[in-house]
Structures are given as structure tokens and as C-alpha cells.
Design a protein around this ligand. Sequence first.
Ligand SMILES: [Zn+2]
Ligand SMILES: [Zn+2]
Length: 252
Amino acid sequence: MIQDLHSHSYYSFCGKDNPEELVKAAINGGIEVFGITDHNNGIGFGRRDARAASEDIIPNQYDEYILHRYFDHLTLLKEKYSDKIDLKRGIEVATNRNNIRIPKTTLPDSADISFFDYCLIEHLDYESTTTNGDIFSYAKRCGTEYVGIAHTNLFAFIESKGLDPLDYFKKMADQNIFWEMNVSYDSTHHYREHKYMLDFFENEKQQEIVRKSGVRLSIGFDGHRVEDYLPDRIKTYCKRITDCGIKMVFEN
Ligand SMILES: [Zn+2]
Ligand SMILES: [Zn+2]
């Protein structure tokens, strides 16, 4: 399976393009399953310039209309391109209470995101995370059928908690929680790569634990501008997961 489950459109502060441009780029790049995962705070605030223009726009004043408007936009695209690509409607959830650059970005407790196809959770390993480092409870709070742990060196995180990685991954598998292999390589993030991802593909012991546990992995380019998109990079890493005998999310 060729999948990319992490991308940003103009609904995120850091994204630039209309979601439809992302979908077209994915189709042209040969992606089969594609997920759009704009940041909860970007969806909630609207555009950065709108926020800057008025002090009255209160961060995190989510209501059902804001989240549903984004979701409905993705649904229209999902239907329009259903014969060309399987579009998944996602959201990336910020859980860092102490984000200095963009304050008050975390998902409010009252916000319902359970209707999304999946969500990605970031900052699980931060001290200031609203998840309190407990992905199992937080996944239930999110309520989506699938929940991904994004940007995280999970082996280091599990070790820091003194837990057994195989047990932890098995528990994740039971709850449809997957682990993202972030293969980001774009100008927005200065062509930075995620070391945990590079390490995983070199570490047979880690691969063996993941394979045994039955946990699913995902590939995400974490794109922010279509001109930076590298579908061949996606394909390379999807193949590497398959070659490891590990299944990806949404794979039969
Ligand atoms: Zn992120
Ligand atoms: Zn992202």
C-alpha cells in the first residue's frame, strides 16, 4: 500500500495550499491512501492574518461549526476524487500547553473530534503535554476509530517510563493506536528529518518488536507546500515497512 497520512493545507498556520491542491498532488504522485491532518489550532483560529488583524479572535474558541466546516470541506473532496484516491479526513492535535510561539493551541477538553477518520497526536513525550503522557486515555478522549502518535521516538518514550516496549505496542494495537514514521523533508521544516524514523529502519530489534506486537505504522510526509512534495520518498518508505513484514494503518 502507498499511503501518506500526514499533510497540511491552508487550514494550518504553517500550510499554504487549498486542500484540493494537496489531493491533486497526491493523485499525481501515485498515492493510494491520503490523509489531510490540519492542526486543531489552525482550524480553530482561522488564518494567521485574520487572527493578527483582530485581538477579538479568541484562541481556541472552537465550536461544532468550525471543526465541521473543515471536515465537510474534506468530505466534498473525498467524494469528488473517490475513484482516484482514498482520502482520509484527519486532524493533528496539539497537546503542548507551553507553546511559546503560538500560545493556547491545545485542543479544548470540550471539543468533539470523534467524527474524523483518525487523528494524529503530537507532543506525547513533552512534559507540558495535556495527555499527561497517557496515550491510552487520551485516545479514548479523542474517540476516533484510529489514533496516531506523531513525531515521537516511541522506543525512547517507553523506556523513559520504565515500561516494556512489546507490551506497550500490543496495547496500542488493541486500541487501534498506530505509530507514525514521519518522513518529512520540506522547506517549512528546513529539510529536517526525524531521527527516530531513520533509526527505526536501521534497527532490526525495534522492527521485530513492532512486527510481533501487531501494531500498525503509518507513513507521513508532513507536507506544507505542494511544490515541496516528494511522492517517491513516500513510496520508498512504504516499501520499507512492507519489506519489514509490518502492516500499515488502513491496510487489509
Ligand atoms: Zn505535527
Ligand atoms: Zn504536521
